[in-house]
Design a protein around this ligand. Structure first.
Ligand code: FES
Ligand code: FES
Length: 281
């Protein structure tokens, strides 16, 4: 046994590793000398490779300088790729780990924090952006997949101070409360208009044989097509009203107004009239 243990000492194991292997020796005794020698050498080689890897990582981090005033040291890019894409009309080139999602690249690298991270699992739609005219969940899209593509986020929908008609309609119809889901809802709704223009069917389309372009979407169609965008505040009726207005091009009345003392008087006068009517019936 002492001889066998010496064999592992030769392989320069630490005391803990040698003790662990020595505990295993009785079980290995029937496997023969060659097997034990192989195990010892393999352990040494494995540990050596691990140490080299650590050393290499340490050198990479040491080579990165922390910019003055930065709170955190920069993160070393592993598997770095450079991706060129157009974001809200501007050409950008970003070098990042090939596993970085589009959502993280937008929020953490490009300072476009309008797109929200809700679930990060493709379940809520808060991260929806438009890539080459189609809505995608940016939490499930790798930035590297967007090479040469055109990405539009909520920040890119308005032209200067002029809001996109869908943004205006969301405000008019009170299509949000906390607003967390709203960038995703609006990007989804904007892409939905194009899907209707192209005559694309949905799960509730009744006629799949039609080649008609510019579909007229019912409320059911709008609800189905927006079903990937969850709103925890439950602003759904108002979201549908906003999309219906932009899609149909027909203005509908705003269903809310800011509070004024006059509006309270009007509301209570209306209530009194209602009560009187009910009393006479
Ligand atoms: S954050 Fe992407 S779907 Fe929820
Ligand atoms: S407005 Fe709050 S989650 Fe939709």
């Amino acid at each position: 046994m002492a001889e066998e243990f010496d064999e592992f000492n030769e392989a320069e194991l630490t005391a803990d590793e040698a003790a662990l292997l020595q505990d295993l020796l009785p079980e290995l005794s029937d496997l023969g000398e060659a097997r034990r020698k192989f195990l010892g050498q393999a352990a040494t080689l494995g540990l050596g490779a691990f140490a080299l890897n650590l050393l290499a990582q340490e050198q990479v981090f040491a080579a990165l300088e922390t910019p003055e005033g930065a709170m955190f040291a920069p993160i070393a890019e592993e598997n770095a790729v450079t991706v060129k894409l157009k974001i809200n009309g501007a050409e950008k080139a970003v070098t990042l780990d090939s596993r970085v999602t589009l959502l993280d690249a937008l929020r953490e690298r490009l300072n476009l924090t309008g797109s929200k991270k809700g679930c990060d699992h493709g379940q809520c739609g808060a991260c929806t952006v438009i890539v080459d005219g189609r809505r995608v969940l940016s939490c499930l899209t790798l930035t590297a997949q967007c090479e040469g593509k055109s990405v539009t986020t909520i920040e890119g929908l308005a032209s200067g101070d002029k809001l996109h008609p869908m943004q205006t309609a969301f405000i008019k119809h009170d299509g949000f409360q906390c607003g967390y889901c709203t960038p995703g809802q609006i990007c989804s709704a904007v892409a939905l208009l194009n899907e209707a223009k192209n005559g694309e069917a949905s799960y509730v389309s009744t006629n799949l044989r039609t080649n008609a372009k510019s579909l007229k979407l019912s409320d059911d169609e709008i609800r189905e097509r927006m079903s990937g965008n969850i709103c925890r505040c439950g602003a759904y009726p108002n979201i549908v009203a906003a999309i219906r207005e932009v899609h149909s091009g027909k203005e509908s009345a705003q269903s809310w107004s800011f509070y004024t003392p006059d509006s309270e008087l009007t509301a209570s006068a209306n209530e009194n009239q209602e009560d009187e009517k009910n009393a006479t019936v």
